[in-house]
Design a protein around this ligand. Sequence first.
Ligand SMILES: [Zn+2]
Length: 303
Amino acid sequence: MVDPWSGKQRAEGFRQERSSRSSLFAIEQHAETIALQGNRNPSGDEAEMSDTETKLVEELVTANRILANEDIIDIFGHISVRSARNPQEFLLSCSRSPAAVTAADIMRYRLDCSIITQTSEKQYVERVIHGAIFQARPEVQAVCHTHSEGILPFACTGEQIRPVIHVGTMFWEGVGWFEKYDEGGNMLVASVTEGKALAESLGSGKAALLKSHGCVVAGNNLRETLMEAIYLDRNARVQLEAMRLGKPFYIDREVARRGASVFEKAFVQDRAWGYWLARLPKGWETATGVSPADGSKLEAAAR
Ligand SMILES: [Zn+2]
């Protein structure tokens, strides 16, 4: 199959499509295009799978907008999701601030971070964070890298983030610590060596701090990972405030492990997703190419 949309033509095509009334059609076209780029001989299941990839693209765009709206990522930072069609590939925006990400920005990568999508867009330098963690952790389905203000005091001091509130129990296994930047590097996690070292710092846990830089969280699905990014920040803020008053009641590891189980449930993740979705500014679907119908359904799930 020959890809009829490539490079500039594709970008232009999406600009035109975004302005048309059929934004859902545009996102489906794009998802199908990127779904097929890694597999030129679609099987009989391709239609169903490409529908799954379409939803993933939609959710990834939505997650970007939520992270921006909740002040977790402003200009820098990113979230990715492993492909449902091929676990050896993942989806991530091109180099774009999350508040501006649209369906047309979602690119497909191999786990070594080489790009599959044909594009002239710039790529995130720190995409190795995602590829390295997806390689090291086959069960991980989504990865998010932020420099959110709540976690930064801990990244700047080495003070541990520990569960102090229920939503913080998601991190009952502890928060890893990364500082092995390349000598002579620029404090970005940009090389394969740095990516691997970061994945090692994460271990089997859900989060790691990057010294004087930010954090990374990894989860079993996109919605869980979004919750982790938001609630690692929330727990850190509350912990810091509590430390100003006295010694916080740190939640015991075993109690935290049990407390965390509720956040693994799909209906809880859907409810949280629906809440953050409902807080997005009016008209965000039109701007991103995400289906309003699906948005309404998810809002209903929040109630
Ligand atoms: Zn960074």
